[in-house]
Ligand binder design. Sequence first.
Ligand code: FES
Length: 92
Amino acid sequence: MIVCHCMAITDKDIRGAVDWMRAADPATIITPGKVYRALGKRADCGGCLSLFVDTMRACDTVGVPENLRSLRCAPTEGGMHERRSESRRVSE
Ligand code: FES
């Protein structure tokens, strides 16, 4: 099935690229942009993106590696900061 009509990318192409990327680097985060690049193409109109992502998510190997899942941390008390002390902030 054609997923991206602009670049003639099929669901089989996407699954193959995702599987190849996961096999090449088990720790990589796989994004639609990386899949396009792996196929030697780039998005044009973007109209396929939701179907493109749905096709990626259907792949067994697309998940975020277990060791990277805990990197997102809860916001700190007082909101987000850039891990700099208050005195080093340029904007203040
Ligand atoms: S349909 Fe995929 S970029 Fe246009």
